[in-house]
Design a protein around this ligand. Structure first.
Ligand SMILES: O=P(O)(O)OC[C@H]1O[C@H](OP(=O)(O)OP(=O)(O)O)[C@H](O)[C@@H]1O
Ligand SMILES: O=c1cc[nH]c(=O)[nH]1
Ligand SMILES: [Mg+2]
Length: 213
């Protein structure tokens, strides 16, 4: 990938992520191990996705004296793209327990690889909130583009896209169509195959997380 197309993208690298991505990619990994590994990586991704959150100061008293304390000064809304995004949502709400959660249901048509929308539920306050759209797989970018466009129409202005594994094709699409949306990802893979699956990838993330294969 050229340096230019990596603008506004954070590739999160960490030994724990390298180990856990291997667990997630391995076709021998069972559902329990898959869920645990996704949760561990999700917490690290959440840490990076929320680094720029504004803080507000307030005064507290320790047992010793008064001091300045801090609280997060922006509402956080997590929006998983169903189904697979739910695996990352669990991790993020462990990190930020009071985050609101919206849902966008979409699946990819097997022939056209285009996303088909089937559900949406977005909490109030999306205009001012930090909105994290989460989906483990950024493949063609069609689902992410649909999700981000929908949220912008609802008034969202502070959007991040959090993914586990991204294909160069999906990154390029988001950079072109949503240059304002920072991508946080833990892996950039080689390419898409003829079925628009990420290579080497991990297969179908939703099926592996929910055991539907
Ligand atoms: O970038 P794209 O080419 O749009 O592909 C990525 C989408 O494909 C997968 O969803 P899938 O259709 O398998 O639905 P599922 O999560 O219910 O399994 C994945 O979770 C993304 O939402
Ligand atoms: O490789 C891929 C591509 C899209 N969706 C997945 O779950 N995996
Ligand atoms: Mg799937």
């Amino acid at each position: 990938m050229s340096q230019e197309s990596l603008e506004d993208l954070t590739l999160v690298e960490h030994p724990v992520i390298s180990r856990d991505l291997t667990i997630l990619r391995n076709k021998e990994t069972n559902i329990a191990e898959f869920r645990q590994a996704l949760k561990r990586v999700g917490i690290i991704l959440a840490y990076h996705a929320l680094k720029e959150l504004p803080l507000k100061e307030y005064t507290i008293e320790t047992p010793i004296e008064k001091t300045t304390g801090y609280d997060i000064d922006q509402e956080i809304i997590v929006v998983p793209i169903l189904r697979a995004g739910l695996g990352l949502t669990d991790a993020i709400i462990q990190f930020i327990p009071n985050a609101k959660v919206g849902h966008l249901g979409m699946y990819r048509d097997e022939e056209t690889h285009e996303p088909v929308d089937y559900y949406s539920s977005i909490p109030e306050g999306v205009e001012d909130a930090m909105v994290l759209v989460v989906d483990p797989m950024l493949a063609t970018g069609g689902s992410a583009h649909d999700a981000l466009s929908f949220l912008k129409k609802q008034g969202a202005q502070h959007l991040r896209f959090v993914s586990l594994i991204s294909a160069p094709e999906g990154i390029k699409k988001l950079r072109e169509l949503h240059p304002d949306v920072h991508i946080i990802t833990s892996g950039i893979d080689e390419k898409l195959n003829d079925d628009a699956f990420i290579v080497p990838g991990l297969g179908d993330a939703g099926d592996r997380y929910f055991g539907t294969v």
